[in-house]
Design a protein around this ligand. Structure first.
Ligand SMILES: Nc1ncnc2c1ncn2[C@@H]1O[C@H](COP(=O)(O)OP(=O)(O)OP(=O)(O)O)[C@@H](O)[C@H]1O
Ligand SMILES: [Mg+2]
Length: 387
């Protein structure tokens, strides 16, 4: 123990996940977006205050229950319906302010892969893809080679000159994918692009999409319920009742899982349980000297230290003007569990000793994680007994 004293007057600050892409470079920047269907008494709001920012080269997967508004949001971003309320900036244009002609120009720069694929029945697979290239002013010389290449890559090498009615649902879907990708759009909007495909074909399609993000820096926003393809996502956005409920960076969650595994309380959790907890945690950056927890307050969060160091102080007088240093903690250690487990007020103050990155889990999510995981509960109770 150490006899340092400190005056605790720095307010706690927190910052959520940093935005890496400057706003001016965002491919999609939706702010406060609402949407209504119907008129008069039948007017019904289906989108509520949505915010979504997607940068170049990102592959974002959107999930959520049926009727939650995924397709509506995607069609608004794709300039397929008019923006009514809020800001909807796509490929550098504010869609709310554009004329029909302007919207059409934005649409032409987007690759759409939608459930109703709208192929031309009288045209072959080759001609359907060719038409899309002609609309984009491709040189006739390059077209044939490109079309054959992309259709073959999607497993349609033997079906190039078939018409849609001679193709299965999955094959038609792949023609639609070829048509959307052949012009190498900078933004691709896909609504259940693998719904009609078998395992191998859906893997081919998503691998191709992922390739486009890597090689051409294309941005992809894809609605899917297909859990087999979640691994390609950079981010997963979850929509519930017309609102984006969570927006999780997959890499960050994976990194956090790796890190949590090293911490004693999480060591016995299954990868699934860990991922579940990681997705609920928020990253907070705190400069040195920030009071993260104040003794006597009600507990609202549990914390894990990702990088940095914190000091533990206890009050020497009831107001906490004089405090005493009792311990310090660093990377991989955690704090704040006791007040959540017992319901008692915080029994010490926590102040960052250096610039620190903490991950916090809110009280409700903490209790949900506890009840879902016997091993988490077990580990925490052991620790709480000792502390
Ligand atoms: N053209 C429309 N007119 C009136 N209501 C509509 C229209 N299109 C969608 N809705 C309603 O808006 C809500 C959101 O629909 P949306 O199609 O966006 O959901 P979704 O999340 O894509 O669902 P799913 O997973 O079933 O495709 C639903 O309640 C739906 O009934
Ligand atoms: Mg839909």
């Amino acid at each position: 123990m150490n006899d340092n004293t400190a005056t605790l007057d720095t307010p706690a600050t927190s910052a959520t996940r940093s935005v890496i892409t400057p706003t001016s470079e965002l491919v999609v920047n939706v702010q406060g977006l609402n949407h209504y269907f119907g008129e008069g008494e039948n007017r019904k709001q289906v989108l509520f205050n949505n915010n979504l920012q997607v940068g170049p080269g990102e592959l974002v997967i959107m999930t959520g229950p049926s009727g939650s508004g995924k397709t509506t949001l995607l069609t608004l971003i794709g300039a397929l319906r008019s923006t009514q309320e809020g800001s909807n900036q796509v490929l550098g244009s504010e869609l709310r302010d554009l004329s029909a002609k302007g919207l059409n120009e934005v649409r032409r720069r987007i690759g759409f892969i939608f459930q109703m694929h709208n192929l031309f029945d009288s045209l072959t697979a080759f001609e359907n893809v060719k038409m899309s290239m002609e609309l984009h002013g491709a040189k006739p010389r390059d077209m044939r080679r490109e079309i054959i290449k992309i259709l073959s890559r999607l497993g349609l090498g033997e079906r190039i000159y078939y018409k849609p009615r001679q193709l299965s649902g999955g094959q038609r879907q792949r023609v639609a994918v070829a048509r959307a990708l052949v012009n190498r759009p900078k933004l691709i909007l896909a609504d259940e692009p693998t719904a009609a495909l078998d395992k191998k074909s859906s893997r081919d399609v998503v691998d191709m999409l992922k390739h486009l993000t890597r090689e051409e820096h294309a941005t992809i926003l894809m609605v899917t319920h297909d859990s087999r393809i979640l691994d390609v996502a950079d981010r997963i956005v979850n929509m519930v009742d017309g609102h984006i409920e969570s927006d999780v960076s997959v890499n960050e969650s994976l990194r956090l899982c790796e890190f949590l595994k090293k911490s004693s309380v999480f060591a016995n959790l299954s990868p699934n349980e860990l991922m579940h907890i990681a997705e609920k945690m928020k990253r907070e950056t705190h400069p040195a000297g920030t009071r993260v927890i104040r003794q006597g307050d009600q507990g609202d969060k549990f914390y894990v230290i990702a990088t940095g160091k914190v000091d533990v102080h206890i009050n020497l007088d009831p107001e906490g003007r004089q405090t005493k240093w009792v311990d310090d903690m660093s990377d991989g250690q955690f704090f704040g569990e006791k007040a959540l487990l017992t319901g008692d007020p915080r029994n010490a103050s926590i102040i960052t000793a250096e610039d620190s990155v903490l991950y916090s889990l809110g009280k409700d999510d903490f209790h949900a994680a506890l009840s879902a995981s016997d091993s988490f509960q077990d580990q925490l109770r052991k620790v709480a007994m000792v502390r």
